[in-house]
Design a protein around this ligand. Structure first.
Ligand code: GRF
Length: 208
């Protein structure tokens, strides 16, 4: 089966990286993870190495130089799609336009609510009873690109760690599915994508 070459950019714990890795182990998944980019030493970096991925740690360059090096690596590996997964560096408009429609991000809020940092804190501070995440195409403006999918869950506990971990649990199911759909629909341009993995239930709504 023809597969799209994927690169994951990560700076954090790596749960979404692991989820993409796990999904890609399925022979029907239309993407193959070829390159992991990290901008600091972090659990995601260690995870990528332990999974034997080609992993680049690029930590001490300004954004312009960082992007030149990253661009070359992406070209070398013939990357078709970049998946940001907790990547804590803002990419420049120049880089984003070079990779137009080829960068996805997962953001832990129901955009356009709460772009930027500290989303879980803002949810709890405002007493909001529904929270979720969004997968979107990255454009020149932070957390503002076309929305590809969202899920929503009820907020039942006033506990930020519980909320963050609960959101991640669903992100880890959701992000690979949206990537799968995006590859089929926008890279392979086939309309035979069938969504059968995620079922809405009484408390969680997945829409993609
Ligand atoms: C996720 O919650 C994602 O939405 C946000 O950063 C977090 C990364 O988590 N962009 P992990 O490193 O994938 O565990």
């Amino acid at each position: 089966m023809n597969k799209a070459n994927l690169s994951v950019f990560a700076s954090g714990l790596g749960s979404n990286l692991l989820a993409i890795h796990n999904a890609s182990m399925d022979k029907c998944f239309p993407g193959k993870l070829q390159l992991v980019i990290c901008n600091k030493i972090c659990p995601a970096f260690e995870l990528a190495k332990s999974l034997n991925y080609e992993t680049k740690l690029i930590s001490n360059l300004n954004i312009e130089k960082f992007e030149i090096v990253v661009h070359q690596e992406l070209i070398k590996k013939k990357i078709d799609l970049i998946c940001l997964a907790g990547f804590m560096r803002i990419l420049s408009p120049k880089f984003v336009s070079k990779w137009k429609n080829k960068i996805l991000n997962i953001h832990p809020s129901i955009l356009p609510l709460f772009p930027g940092l500290n989303t879980h804190k803002k949810i709890l501070f405002n007493g909001i009873k529904i929270h979720g995440s969004t997968v979107h195409i990255v454009n020149e403006k932070l957390d503002s690109g076309k929305i590809l999918g969202q899920f929503a869950i009820p907020v039942k506990h006033d506990d930020i760690v519980f909320l963050r971990d609960n959101i991640k649990k669903y992100e880890n199911m959701f992000y690979p599915e949206v990537i799968r759909k995006y590859i089929w629909t926008f890279i392979f341009k086939k309309d035979n994508f069938t969504s059968n993995k995620l079922r809405n239930n009484k408390e969680i709504i997945f829409s993609y």
